[in-house]
Write a protein that binds this ligand. Structure first.
Ligand code: 3PG
Length: 209
């Protein structure tokens, strides 16, 4: 069995993507790869989301396609069956954690408080999402938990922008940030894949700063 990939080390910015039109899935994935971001968190928020994961898994093998917004155990199983290679949830309950773990896929469970962070660590997982990041205390929260809870590592997501991402990425307990700003709805509606590629390239460059 190959080693479990470190989800926090795949890309500096995890593109959090909502796909309304299935035809957009593959071109978006290709634009992200062309911009230097070979990972995508495709949110299960639209009727076509699972088919979009399937299409990307089939046609863009160079990208790690994950399923985001996993809020039920059934969604964890469905995402696995659609070909997702990792899972992300906005929060974590014991049954959701168990269902994500049972898929055998790497995953980031969502946390927003110190007690939730401790519960996820107790369950045996050290990498997690911090969501909704800006509304839950932002970079100041993560800076505050780094010393008392050094084992926890985060992908903060929610309200983060290209301008605020570097502050998060500078923290010792942050591996990557997540954000939807790379795939604006108007760019997708217009089929402006070049704009997605440019936004991805700018985000990929944050790894170097
Ligand atoms: C998520 O599911 O992670 C968030 O909806 C992404 O948050 P953003 O749209 O504020 O980047």
């Amino acid at each position: 069995m190959p080693p479990t990939p470190d989800l926090l080390a795949l890309v500096p910015v995890m593109p959090v993507v909502v796909i309304d039109d299935l035809a957009h899935a593959v071109p978006v994935a290709r634009a992200l790869v062309a911009g230097g971001l070979p990972a995508i968190e495709l949110t299960l928020r639209t009727p076509v989301a699972l088919d979009a994961i399937r299409a990307i898994a089939d046609e863009v093998p160079e990208i790690a396609v994950g399923a985001g917004t996993i809020v039920t155990p059934a969604q964890a199983r469905a995402a696995h069956d659609a070909g997702a290679t990792f899972l992300v949830s906005p929060g974590a309950t014991p049954s959701l954690l168990a269902a994500m773990a049972e898929t055998g896929l790497p995953f980031l469970p969502g946390t927003a408080t110190v007690s939730e962070v401790l519960a996820v660590l107790e369950a045996g997982f050290t990498s997690m999402k911090f969501f909704p990041a800006e509304a839950s205390g932002g970079a100041a929260f993560l800076k505050s938990v780094a010393s008392p809870v050094p084992a926890a590592r985060f992908c903060p997501t929610g309200g983060i922008t290209a301008a605020t991402a570097p502050t998060y990425l500078a923290l010792p307990n942050v591996g990557c940030v997540g954000g939807s700003w790379l795939t604006p709805a108007d760019a997708l509606a217009a089929g402006d894949w070049a704009r997605v590629e440019r936004l991805a390239a700018d985000a990929a460059a944050l790894a170097l700063t």
